[in-house]
Design a protein around this ligand. Structure first.
Ligand code: UDP
Length: 473
């Protein structure tokens, strides 16, 4: 179908495949279902292989433009991801201005869409008179938390009471230890960035959320009804790739061929997103715990690091040589047939859609969570950084579609016994039965939301109609 050349949408996903994926899905739907045209502006220097293959899979009508590399060598190597992303984006403004001005010569840009980290570019869009939107690539729970950050910042009580719960309207009570990791230390530079990003959410024409009402009715209703001159909020999710309709890629062959040989729902999939890594000690316990559980598994293993759980985010080497020497001796051989270990990266969406998968031990990144939901795969939560602890709370205590390991050796390392227990329970125990049943119900609700008459589909259509009217005036 011909895209409507008049109404054009520009999307600026912040660096990282977890941000590009949902914004690219949004662009795809705007073009295929609503006949708009779209430009995705990308940052050049992250995970370019994976980024390229994602971008090249998009339909005609979605164009991508890459910004020149933005040097960050002046930042110390320990600089937090949020600070890195934020600095990179604010430095991109001059290049972005050129890109938008060029597009405006031939297009009517009806919407400029950023994610949580793109706020430093909003004043540019308003200078060019382009309507501005935030696409929240996480959920209503996190959005509520982020919008509440300024009051958390001024709440002295919160600092001095480590056992305090935060009661966000309509949300599961949130213990301090489960706050988004980027917002724990109020005196940090990263907290200051988070505060800035929080305030940007008041400066837009609308906020879209990659979630759905059946999952988060409470906070969704609250945010939609808050009025008071605040931007309207729309739930338009879950937007995930539907890999079943795409053909299998060559590099994905090994995992999928192995899965083809396993019994239905018998394999636990283990992955920690695009940047998550475990410590050496934890990687070893994970291996021993999986072995002890006696269950089949497919594990995406990344070389351990002991410094920062998000350290692979800016140093990705997916698909490259990654010797597995850090695993317990003889582990890979002992597990032959029963467990498969894949270095660095695997085709997660195709794996989760495979009938042999019976569970997903995940870092609870929001895309991974949605991919598990749309495939009805129950989860074990293993949050590492960012808002992942909040997602885990929502999955275990809110939606009750996930289990979590119970016994900890100490604050940091989960022991092999606890891992074996929770894995067995998910794959063949009573706990697993309950969460699997609820996950199936949630899957049905998710499919309904994005179906023809679904709430998410309608919300998106409502926004698109507004844009089309604007373009025809
Ligand atoms: N992913 C993948 N293979 C991997 C790890 C991750 O395809 O081995 C994909 C996954 O399907 C998801 C995205 O990368 O779409 C990760 O996004 P998420 O929000 O879950 O986590 P983040 O990487 O942002 O922490």
């Amino acid at each position: 179908a011909e895209a409507n050349p008049k109404a054009h949408v520009v999307l600026l996903p912040s660096p990282g495949i977890g941000h590009l994926t949902p914004l690219a899905q949004l662009a795809k739907r705007l073009v295929l279902n609503h006949k708009l045209s779209a430009t995705i502006i990308t940052f050049s220097d992250l995970s370019s292989g994976i980024q390229q293959s994602l971008l090249s899979s998009l339909p005609n009508g979605v164009t991508s433009v890459s910004l020149p590399a933005i040097p960050l060598d002046d930042l110390s190597i320990n600089t937090h991801i949020v600070t890195r992303l934020s600095v990179m984006i604010s430095r991109s403004v001059p290049f972005l201005r050129e890109t938008l001005l060029t597009l405006q010569k031939t297009r009517h840009i009806v919407a400029y869409i950023i994610d949580h980290f793109g706020g430093e570019t909003l004043s540019l869009a308003s200078e060019l008179s382009i309507p501005r939107y935030i696409f929240c690539t996480t959920n209503f729970f996190y959005l509520s938390f982020l919008l509440n950050l300024p009051s958390l910042y001024h709440d002295k009580h919160d600092d001095h009471n480590p056992n305090q719960f935060l009661f966000l309207p309509g949300c599961t009570p949130l213990h301090r230890k489960d706050y988004s990791r980027s917002a724990i230390d109020k005196n940090s530079e990263v907290f200051q960035w988070m505060l800035r990003h929080s305030k940007h959410h008041d400066q837009v024409d609308g906020i879209m959320v990659n979630s759905f009402e059946a999952m988060e009715g409470g906070p969704a209703r609250f945010l939609k009804e808050r009025g008071n001159g605040k931007p309207p909020v729309f739930s338009i999710g879950p937007l995930t790739c539907n890999s079943r309709s795409d053909k299998r890629q060559a590099e994905s062959g090994v995992c999928l061929r192995w899965l083809d040989q396993q019994p239905g729902r018998s394999v636990l999939f283990i992955a920690f997103g695009s940047g998550g890594t475990l410590s050496f000690k934890q990687t070893k316990e994970m291996a021993l715990g999986l072995e002890m559980s006696g269950q089949r598994f497919l594990w995406v293993v990344r070389k351990p690091v002991d410094v920062d759980a998000s350290s692979a985010y800016f140093n990705q080497c997916h698909g490259k040589h990654n010797p597995l020497g850090f695993l317990p001796e003889g582990f890979v051989e002992r597990m032959k047939g029963k467990g498969m270990v894949v270095p660095s990266w695997a085709p997660q969406e195709e794996i989760l859609a495979h009938g042999a998968i019976g569970g997903f031990l995940s870092h609870c990144g929001w895309n991974s969570t949605l991919e598990s939901i749309v495939n009805g795969v129950p989860m074990i939560t293993w949050p590492l950084y960012s808002e992942q602890p909040m997602n885990a709370v929502m999955l275990v205590e809110g939606a009750k579609v996930a289990l979590r390991p119970t016994v900890m050796n100490n604050d940091e390392v989960v022991g092999k016994e606890a891992i074996a227990d929770v894995v067995k329970d998910l794959m063949e125990g009573e706990g697993g039965k309950d969460v699997r049943k609820r996950m199936h119900e949630l899957k049905d609700a998710a499919m309904k939301a994005v179906g023809a008459d679904g709430s998410s589909n309608k919300a998106l259509a409502q926004m698109v109609n507004k844009w089309k009217t604007m373009a025809s005036n």
